[in-house]
Design a protein around this ligand. Structure first.
Ligand code: CTP
Length: 401
């Protein structure tokens, strides 16, 4: 087992991680980056590891072997106090110091335990680097929500996981436990997600609806669950099975969706409306099947309540996220919707782009805020869109304490 200690205030917790790993029988090698040694001494690390510590100074000592290759011969590696710099270096294949050169040479599983300020962790550059590493099969533990920084002055996502949890995750990695360790930044947060289409019945056998598959909303619910949230998924008729560990309520009409969402949203921290709500329902619903008649038929429709707008009217501290599908003037129209409905942001997607939105597994969205500011996200899986959405929403949650 290789433990790499990165340059973060959390490096001071590294000896505690090393001690726990050794107590539990792991054979531990240690590398400390140059920045790590600004926070913790080589001596305290080598005492806890009961062995020498690899540093850049030792890397360049005259020796017969290549230190990075020797240190890389391990069954797994864990990066404790992983900084934005280390993530960036690894995601781009840099090998300019002992830690990065060794990471390039490790062939076993790698676990990252990030620790940095929330502003840094939530920056798209850091998230993109973490996504690259996840794409290569690297795992992540944390960062958690809580106090961080030199004097505990920061609060938010960014705090390093506790040494006991790091030891657990590291030993699970050694045992080949393949389950990815997600970011757990939504522990204790209630998240309500709406998904799928609604059905507006004209009579018992006919309805107005749309082709929403529910995939986007289910991806948000699953991602929120994996990040530790308490999740309620309110979905219209879709063919997807109930995700494990999520409270699922199946509804049909917009009115049922409204009642269920409003009820569930009362103590929610985040509400994400991905549902493709039918804008209208039949003004009168026939209890009996309507037989056809000769000639044209007129159906009288009446508007459905706008659920997102209703949530927006009593917004409080809740983070509200909507979706919008536009064929033209997308950003402008989506910004108008965010403002009208008092949503924190809207993810705009396009029905016309191949393989995205309705039914597809990928999505290409633009995040749009009420003030018109916006960011184009690349085309990625709906799960990855969900992860980015939740990172953005978590950043907007009110700070505790
Ligand atoms: N929404 C809602 N209740 C409705 C209609 C929409 O909560 N009755 C939510 C959707 O879940 C989505 C966002 O509002 O998050 C989409 O808004 P909007 O684009 O206004 O819906 P459209 O019906 O597509 O609007 P328009 O036809 O005006 O473009």
């Amino acid at each position: 087992m290789l433990v790499i200690v990165g340059g973060s205030m959390a490096a001071v917790k590294a000896p505690s991680v090393l001690r726990r790993l050794r107590e539990r029988g792991a054979e531990v090698r240690v590398i400390a980056t140059r920045a790590a040694l600004a926070f913790i001494t080589e001596l305290s690390l080598s005492t806890a590891a009961d062995g020498p510590v690899g540093t850049d100074a030792h890397w360049f000592e005259a020796r017969p072997d290549a230190l990075h290759l020797t240190l890389a011969r391990v069954d797994a590696a864990v990066v404790v106090g992983a900084s934005a710099e280390l993530l960036a270096g690894a995601a781009h294949g840099h090998a300019g110091d002992l830690a990065l050169a060794t990471l390039l040479s490790v062939r076993g599983p790698v676990l990252w335990v990030p620790a940095m300020n929330e502003l840094m962790w939530t920056h798209p550059a850091v998230q993109a680097n973490a996504a690259t590493l996840r794409g290569w099969g690297h795992r992540f533990l944390g960062p958690e929500v809580g106090a961080f920084g030199t004097r505990g002055e920061g609060r938010g996502v960014g705090r390093m996981s506790e040494p006991e949890d790091i030891a657990d995750a590291t030993l699970a990695l050694l045992k080949g436990d393949a389950s990815p360790a997600p970011v757990r930044d939504l522990v204790g947060v209630r998240v309500v997600v709406s998904a799928g289409p609604t059905r507006e019945y004209l009579d018992p056998v006919r309805f107005i609806s749309n082709p929403s598959s529910g995939k986007m909303g289910f991806a948000v619910a699953e991602a929120a669950r994996d990040r530790g949230a308490d999740v309620t998924l309110v979905t219209g008729p879709v063919t997807l099975p109930d995700p494990a560990g999520v409270r699922v309520v199946r509804i049909e009409s917009a009115l049922e969706l409204r009642d269920t969402v409003m009820d569930a949203a009362r103590d929610a921290g985040i509400v994400v409306m991905t549902a493709a709500v039918a804008d209208y329902r039949a003004a009168t619903q026939s209890g009996e099947k309507q037989a056809k008649v000769a000639g044209d038929v007129t159906v009288h429709l009446t508007p459905n309540p706008d659920i997102l707008a209703e949530l927006g009217r009593e917004k409080g501290d809740r983070v509200l996220v909507g979706f919008a599908m536009e064929t033209h003037a997308g950003v402008e129209r989506a910004a108008g919707k965010a403002a009208r409905k008092n949503a924190d942001f809207i993810l705009l997607n396009y029905p016309t782009r191949e393989g995205t939105a309705f039914g597809g597994d990928d999505n290409q969205v633009t995040l749009v805020r009420a003030d018109g500011s916006h960011e184009d996200w690349p085309r990625v899986s709906k799960r990855e869109v969900a992860e980015r959405l939740l990172t953005e929403a978590a950043r907007l949650l009110p700070r505790q304490g």
